[in-house]
Write a protein that binds this ligand. Structure first.
Ligand SMILES: Nc1ncnc2c1ncn2[C@@H]1O[C@H](COP(=O)(O)OP(=O)(O)OP(=O)(O)O)[C@@H](O)[C@H]1O
Ligand SMILES: [Mg+2]
Length: 430
């Protein structure tokens, strides 16, 4: 469909940039939909943009569809976690390949997700939606939950507002953190959407990166995660592809296939987070109807030779997607976090891009305030290492990580502390 245009819902971020490059390479015009608050002069590589209000789904569907019809848009997609439901609704309105509009909400709202996954027989942690303190106490007293438990927002992302609670004394603060960390754009923010209390699942964390086309799913890779311990779990590394024992892999794929169907993913990427326990049992923590963030697309490209961005364009355009690996290597991304909260004063030993290190990114401003990692937004930078051999790649990444020294001045005086949260975020350049 040469000459067809592509429309991205939110064109910011590295995954969107890669989609724009993939589309431009094919001579496809790229348009963007943006929300009023984020609207800015469109980047030169964009053919145009429609500004709407992402918080008002009906209105956004109408604005975007009207814009798309006038420009012969042949594909609508998004890499933005918060816009996957809107993407499904717009695709349905325009008759383009997309996910089931009636189920797309369940890939975003974790209460709805728990409902559809349970109904589909997917193994998930016992999850209770709570709206007030009485609900919260009842959930904590539920024998299927117990302690430790996890308290999390219904619709946030990037680990924001997620707390692993080990003591009853910490529940009030955790509940408050979950209430405050609501989804971006205000979607679902009207009224009291509640928070979730979930059983804690012990085990190793993985994600499964998949692409579904015409309701047929290809699992591209299993990714192993390194996650911080303690109350706030932040992903500090992804490595792929992981070779699980065949029986475990089959069990994981079974759960993930069922989860993909349950949330109505028919055309597009998915990123399913699972925990595998000591007995090889797989529990699904969540599923997202988008490509894994944290540079997972880049890892797939380098380790397996799969151009996921080109593949996602093909899926969105309704063309057959090339999903067969053409390489058999390994790739890892490591994220750097601050040793403690304070002012970032020095950084030494951060790797440079070069052979086997295809990507490095430092995003924390020198002299700015930084936080210990409580969510993905607190990560300071990252680097990617790739190569043919998994053990060598991991060793090299470990060695590079050991050379990095991040100096953070002692915790600021108490009156600075209140500002720490927002200041540390604004110190992070896009
Ligand atoms: N039920 C659970 N049992 C054990 N650990 C959990 C559970 N729920 C969440 N976690 C931990 O907290 C992390 C963040 O939780 P979750 O994935 O639900 O939040 P999120 O905001 O959607 O994160 P992201 O967008 O980064 O995937 C998980 O990666 C995991 O380490
Ligand atoms: Mg998650």
């Amino acid at each position: 469909m040469t000459g067809a245009a592509v429309l991205l819902l939110d064109a910011a971020g590295p995954e969107s940039a890669a989609l724009v490059r993939a589309a431009s390479k094919r001579g496809l015009q790229v348009h963007a939909a943006t929300t009023t608050a984020d609207a800015q002069v469109p980047a030169p590589e964009l053919a145009g943009q429609v500004v709407t209000d992402f918080a008002r789904l009906d209105r956004a569907v109408e604005d975007i569809s009207t814009y798309a019809r006038r420009r012969s848009v042949g594909a609508v997609l998004t890499a933005n976690e918060y816009l996957t439901e809107l993407a499904a609704l717009v695709c349905a309105e325009l008759g383009l390949p997309g996910n089931a509009p009636s189920l797309a909400h369940a890939a975003r709202d974790k209460a709805a997700m728990a409902g559809v996954l349970t109904a589909a027989g997917v193994r998930i942690p016992c999850t209770r939606l709570v709206h007030d303190d009485t609900d919260l106490q009842n959930a904590l007293a539920d024998m299927r939950i117990g302690l430790p438990c996890v308290i999390k927002p219904v619709d946030a992302a990037g680990s924001a507002g997620v707390t692993v609670v080990t003591s009853p004394a910490d529940t009030a603060a955790a509940a408050n953190a979950a209430r405050v960390a609501r989804g971006r754009y205000g979607v679902n923010n009207a009224g009291n959407a509640g928070i979730l209390v979930q059983a804690y699942v012990a085990g190793d964390e993985y994600s499964v990166e998949s692409i579904t086309q015409n309701a047929v799913t290809t699992h591209l890779a299993v990714t192993r995660k390194v996650v911080t311990g303690g109350a706030h779990r932040v992903e500090t590394g992804h490595s792929l592809p992981v070779r699980l024992p065949p029986a475990t892999e089959a069990a994981v794929h079974r759960e993930v296939d069922a989860a993909i169907r349950a949330v109505g993913i028919r055309h597009g990427a998915s990123h399913t987070e699972v925990v595998i326990d000591a007995d090889g049992r797989c529990t699904v923590i969540e599923i997202a109807a988008r490509l894994g963030a944290g540079h997972i697309g880049l890892l797939l490209q380098h380790a397996l030779g799969i151009d996921v961005f080109a593949a996602l364009l093909d899926v969105a355009l309704g063309h057959p997607a090339a999903l067969t690996p053409t390489a058999h290597g390994h790739a890892t991304v490591r994220f750097i976090t601050a040793p403690h909260a304070g002012r970032l004063t020095a950084l030494t030993g951060f790797p440079k891009q070069g052979p086997g290190v295809p990507f490095v990114r430092w995003r924390a401003a020198m002299g700015g305030l930084v936080n210990t990692a409580a969510s993905n937004a607190d990560r300071l930078g990252c680097f990617v290492v790739t190569g043919p051999d998994a053990a060598e790649v991991e060793q090299r990444a470990d060695a590079l990580a050991r050379q990095i020294h991040v100096q953070v001045d002692p915790t600021p005086a108490p009156d600075d502390c209140d500002q720490l949260n927002s200041a540390s975020r604004s110190a992070i350049a896009p």
